[in-house]
Design a protein around this ligand. Sequence first.
Ligand code: FAD
Length: 317
Amino acid sequence: MKVIQHLNSAKGSLLSFEILPPLKGKDINSIYAGIDPLLEFKPSFINVTYHREEVLYKERGHGLLQKIRLRKRPGTVGICAMIKAKYNIDTVPHLICGGFSKEDTEDALIELNFLGIDNVLALRGDAIKSEPQFIPERDGHVHAEDLIRQIAGLNKGKYLYEEQEEAAPTDLCVGAACYPEKHPEALNLSTDIAYLKRKVDAGAEYLVTQMFFDNQKYFDFVARCRAEGITVPIIPGLKPLTNRKHIAFIPKTFHLDLPVAFSNELGKCRNDEEVKQVGIEWGIHQSKELLAANVPCLHFYTMGRSEAVRSILEKVR
Ligand code: FAD
């Protein structure tokens, strides 16, 4: 079932999770271990992230460096198919522009369609570490908007090169990303929302936010989107902070603020366990307020670790 059908038929706020494929060489059990403890909360759908290849340089002696392209977390589509088969839960594979030509994208969409996967979250992807800015593949998409347009085209039977009569259309529900505290590269929130509107006009049927810790930023963002004519559901994305590394890493990496009340509590923590407790309490506070505001769905970035999310949900569901 499509995410938009779940959202449109819901009686209250839904619940969804996002997981990462395991690192190459790890087995599938880590995925089960991340999903199993959350099943009782009845997630409507589970997102699976996509990770493009990275470039590594390996020392080969005599000063020689070998350039290796490595995809550290393969398996997005396989995991989606497994979740549908094993748990009968709808899945949302993430699809990115980076590393994909338009033809690669078309082939990936055909594969999703054949597997009976009804959804896709269309993203640009970030620059790989060895590049100063995002560089699209030759004949690839530059922005998520272009990728969304291709998916919407295929949903109408528009393939890239074939002038096929009666070409079989796909039927994928497309979601896209949005940023209550603006995307790091955006000049300001106004331009970011203007581009967001273009993604919706191109065919995105719902949006999922970047994580945020200040609910007011989400409420203000939704109000600005509505004022700009973006009417699709905007799903808040939540991530519990669970260790001291997160405190330094998350605001910097995702360009977001921690509210003063939250950072004051985090400042008192002496170890990871205390940070985790504060992170869970903050997650409970955020979730309760968002549920009271009748958000369409609570989307948790579990990153494969379900313990903190479970502790939050036990208090709010
Ligand atoms: P875009 O919508 O293309 O926007 C990127 C920037 O370009 C923004 O600053 C925007 O304002 C601007 N822009 C947008 N459209 C245009 C246009 N037409 N012309 C000029 N400028 C434009 N990354 C992964 O690699 N894998 C994942 O699985 C993944 N999952 C994610 C899930 C969510 C919910 C979110 C919020 C992010 C995720 N990301 C993922 C990260 C995402 O790929 C990065 O944030 C990336 O930098 C931007 O992706 P986007 O789809 O928002 O890009």
